[in-house]
Design a protein around this ligand. Sequence first.
Ligand code: ADP
Length: 414
Amino acid sequence: VITLGAIADDFTGATDLATALRQRGFRVVVVVEDTAVEAESVADVDAVVVALKTRTAPRDEATAATVAAARKLAALGTKQYYVKYCSTFDSTPDGNIGTALDAVLGELGERRAIVVPAFPDNGRTVYRGHLFVGDQLLAESPMRDHPLTPMTQSRVADILAPQTSRSVAEVTAPTVWAGTAQLADALEAHPDGYIVVDTTTNDDLERIAAATASWRVVSGGAGLALGMTGPAIAGTDDFKAPIGRRLVVCGSASAATRGQVAAAIASGLPAFKLDVTAMGANPASVIDSALAFIAASDEADVPVVYSVGSLDDVTRSTRDGRPVAGIVEQVIAAITRGAVEHLGVRQIIAAGGETSGSVVKALGAGRLRIGPQISPGVCWSLATASAGIPVALALKSGNFGAEHLFTTAWEALA
Ligand code: ADP
């Protein structure tokens, strides 16, 4: 029986949530999209997070994927369902958060769910129904200009209402502050539809989670998990990283990753910059030279393979005119796989959201047992590659992590 089954609308969101749950005493596994989960493979787990790729998907596609995930969780005997979206409630003009929620309620025959996008530790709060990013209303924050999901309204109910056929109500801060019992009473006044609940602090999250502990369906950003309490005592589960060589692969051009690459080079880690323009015609030779570089580096060292040193390295196409982004992902994924299968690499940091996704796919590592946190939003996980080889993976969204992550992250495995 799974205490908590979550459905996350993107990959890094899934690991974010999983890390928060582990911190709160859940033993957690992240399952990537189409990966099957047998009951015995999650026998020693309290929470399963299914990672979808639906944040910007059309509604029918998002609905189908969400229902499939809910069925997968139901087959495991899930008690409570957690629909996870971004704490800035990212949605396209044809937003699918509401339709995904409708689909889960419909599938489970349930009538209501709370809506808690807040994540106070990251500056995302909801007050009087309005979502704030730091001190700014959502629609006045940089999210206003997001290329894929521009957020032009701040009242969560106003964003959600056009996405659902169900009603949307609000419960505001004074009720939340009055205590768990009062909050639970106020929520009982809304037996149908969605209830946006104000949240300004982690204490609020605890009250909200307590007041809805017996609800079948809750929804929110990863923050809501910080109000929950899992059955295990945090940090006591048996996370044991496999021993072997270490490797860092980076396909991210984000400022934080570029800083981490520079810091790694400055501190003497052996580094190999991929020749991106040469990849189109002959990706195999780029893969082979990267593997040769890893093989030649000291076994105790941490080789870094990267595709962007400075922004000048970012190009649209290869020398023979092919679009670069997908090819770089494939090449980095193939290098990682080769390093695991042939060079004894067992501990890997992958930088870049899309890059991490490609690496996980190439390794055939669809189930990630979540381990210790490295820094906010970045954690170690254990997976089994398709060759049956155990690996420790840290998947890092481009802009996450401190400057010296590539030299310090390994300490969390000790
Ligand atoms: P982030 O999390 O920083 O956004 P992603 O991995 O999600 O990183 O996205 C970076 C994208 O840029 C990937 O598709 C990657 O293959 C691509 N890429 C990597 N290096 C280069 C490069 N030198 N030129 C162009 N695109 C690149």
